[in-house]
Design a binder for this molecule. Structure first.
Ligand code: ROI
Length: 166
């Protein structure tokens, strides 16, 4: 594809068969307009960060080649969340599908609807772990992902299944 950007998308679910929610969303990302999935991490299980009175999460990260603008991609991600019957209820509560734009090329975006790099990604093992599997060369603020991961402890478990788009 010409004029493509590379975006990294974080996926998370802890309701209604989370493994299936995440696997279906990985396929759906590959079918977004002007986009294709060029890499996916394994799936990872972890305890909830934030309120503990909710089920464990399944997380993954996908690399998406896209000709969409960042905001057009955000619209597509939010529409996909809606198709997974996501209801925005309490803050940091359980959800059927959460899609976060983590990175978009090397662009910094500070828009009322969208901040990229995702402002909390360097504090979250459930994002950094799968991202490091998929793109170990990436750096955040000049530091390798492993260096951001080290102080966070070993809080995520990799599952066996893996989806690849080629
Ligand atoms: N905790 C984990 N482990 N994984 C998530 O995807 C996740 N998403 C969230 C909150 C509720 C902050 N905690 C999470 O939105």
């Amino acid at each position: 594809m010409l004029n493509t950007s590379l975006a990294y998308i974080g996926l998370g679910s802890n309701l209604e068969d989370p493994v299936q929610q995440v696997e279906q969303a990985l396929y759906a990302l590959d079918r977004l307009p002007l986009s294709r999935c060029v890499g996916t991490s394994s799936l990872y299980r972890s305890q909830p960060v934030g309120p503990q009175d909710q089920p464990d999460f399944i997380n993954a990260v996908a690399a998406l080649e896209t000709r969409l603008s960042p905001l057009a991609l955000l619209d597509q991600l939010q529409a996909l969340e809606q198709r997974h019957r996501r209801r925005r209820e309490r803050r940091w509560g359980p959800r059927t599908l959460d899609l976060d734009m983590l990175l978009f090329n090397h662009t910094d975006i500070d828009h009322p609807r969208l901040r990229v790099p995702h402002p909390l990604m360097h504090t979250r093992a459930f994002v950094l772990g799968p991202l490091n599997e998929l793109a170990p060369h990436l750096r955040l603020n000049g530091e390798r992902l492993e260096q951001w991961l080290a102080p966070l402890g070993n809080t995520i478990t990799r599952l066996d299944s893996k989806r690849v788009f080629e």
